[in-house]
Design a protein around this ligand. Structure first.
Ligand code: SF4
Length: 457
């Protein structure tokens, strides 16, 4: 069969569909990442003798009309198109328009796992089927209708959700079909242009699953590719696609420190010159590993910090992490030339205005190279979502607001306005602190004072 895989256009705002565990995130135009899920499915289909093409309408900046024109020209038998949470209504409308002229099977592909939203996708998009599980290895059977696991569909007007499916043996995955992508379109703000993405593990077992999208989408069981399998893909990226910047999109890249050492050893021994970036936790790092990572080309690390209030950090945001460990890792990183991007969050239930002010103090003290501040989003299906719902904190279930940068809830201590203000202030103050010059320093001081006054009210 001829299968066309489409990363849907991002009409409303630039969408980092791969972020937030795959649910999608308002990353802005500085984060444009390849649709790895489609590239994996395309590779598996090609391996089974099907034909496959990918249109990345989101990255190319195509309008819906332009994307329709390209889809019509392809004359495919099956079409698979992405649906992300913060652009769900746009994506569904796009799929519905495809249904007006496309005569083959239309399949939605999403990372959303919440049944009522999956049903909404089917109803609003007119897709015949929606893939929510890890169906890469059985995608040929999914399109032929032989495999239902990991999918939802309507059966005589009744919504059906088949059991989920995950890839247990990660080494059985094919290498993503990057040759079907225009790899020059992708960039990651912290690495630069011409960056690609790799995923060397899936799942995350840490207790922050309470609010985090990664375990919700990928499960709490950590599954990993072997260092040799990872190396094969790196060599493919470097030698066949001439790309030298890689963003590892694992939830916790250094979960198994021995494996991280082995991956670095292979990169070093093969003399592969790449610049890369990863995300991990402070308690999955140590000095020896960081030194090895730097030698293997690691430019920087996204560190989940969330809150600067030690009580919130150690009991709710990042159980297992302490301020002292964070400080140690920050200092070692600086000495080794490894950049640190702190991932911060406002809105955890234990937070108050005062504790958010402590996040500002922490950032001002440890001075990571960059920060990213999001507003806690109650992703449907997380324990936090159910708690927030029960307490009446959620103010909207308009999913297009669930992109990490808009407040969709309040807590007992913080209004949605407070959360928005805190996120903006933290970002603005940090920006001023990171720009050199007296004026910026002075502006940071003034903003810091305003923030302190707000916190004490
Ligand atoms: S360690 Fe990171 S990815 Fe894993 S559950 Fe916690 S916040 Fe999510």
């Amino acid at each position: 069969m001829r299968v066309l895989l489409v990363n849907s256009p991002s009409v409303e705002h630039p969408m980092a569909r791969d972020m937030a565990g795959g649910l999608g995130f308002d990353g802005g135009s500085a984060v444009v990442l390849p649709p790895l899920d489609l590239a994996y499915m395309a590779a598996a289909l090609l391996g089974k003798g099907h034909q496959a093409e990918i249109i990345d309408a989101g990255a190319a900046g195509y309008t819906r009309e332009e994307a329709h024109k390209l889809i019509r020209a392809q004359r495919a038998d099956v079409l698979i198109a992405t649906v992300s949470l913060p652009v769900i209504y746009n994506d569904c409308a796009f799929l519905k328009e495809i249904g007006d002229y496309f005569k083959g099977k239309i399949i939605a592909k999403t990372a959303i796992t919440y049944p009522s939203i999956l049903e909404e996708i089917l109803k609003k998009s007119s897709a015949n089927l929606c893939i929510y599980g890890e169906c890469e290895l059985v995608i040929d059977k999914v399109i032929s209708g032989e495999e239902k696991r990991g999918t939802v569909f309507m059966d005589g007007g009744v919504f059906r959700m088949d059991e989920n499916i995950i890839v247990e043996d990660m080494d059985s995955l094919p290498l993503p079909a990057r040759r079907l992508l225009d790899n020059s379109m992708y960039r990651y703000v912290l690495l630069g242009d011409n960056t690609t993405v790799m995923q060397t593990s899936r799942g995350c077992p840490f207790p922050c699953a309470y609010y985090c999208a990664y375990p919700l989408v990928q499960g709490r069981k950590w599954r990993r590719r072997s260092p040799e399998h990872v190396l094969r893909e790196i060599e493919d990226i470097v030698h066949n696609h001439k790309i030298s910047r890689i963003l590892f999109r694992d939830a916790t890249f250094t979960m198994d420190k021995d494996r991280a050492h082995a991956i670095c050893d292979l990169i070093i021994s093969k003399k592969i010159r790449i610049n890369w970036w990863c995300e991990t936790r402070v308690d999955c790092l140590d000095e020896e590993l960081m030194r090895k990572m730097r030698l293997a080309g690691c430019e920087g690390i996204n560190i989940g910090v969330e809150s600067g209030d030690t009580e919130v950090m150690e009991t709710q945001a990042k159980i297992g992490m302490t301020f002292d460990k964070l400080k140690f890792i920050r200092e070692k990183g600086r000495a080794l030339g490894l950049k640190m991007h702190f991932l911060l969050m406002v809105g955890l239930p234990k937070e108050t205005k005062e504790s958010i002010y402590k996040t500002y103090r922490l950032v001002a003290k440890l001075r990571p190279e960059t920060i990213g501040v999001t507003i806690l989003t109650p992703y449907p299906g997380t324990p936090f979502y159910f708690e927030a719902k029960e307490k009446g904190w959620i103010e909207t279930e308009n999913w297009s607001e669930f992109g990490g940068h808009r407040p969709v809830m309040h807590t007992d201590a913080l209004s949605s306005k407070d959360l928005y203000y805190a996120q903006k202030m933290l970002s603005r103050i940090f920006y001023c602190l990171s720009v050199s010059g007296y004026f910026s320093w002075f502006k940071a001081k003034i903003l810091g004072l305003c923030f302190k006054m707000w916190a004490s009210r």
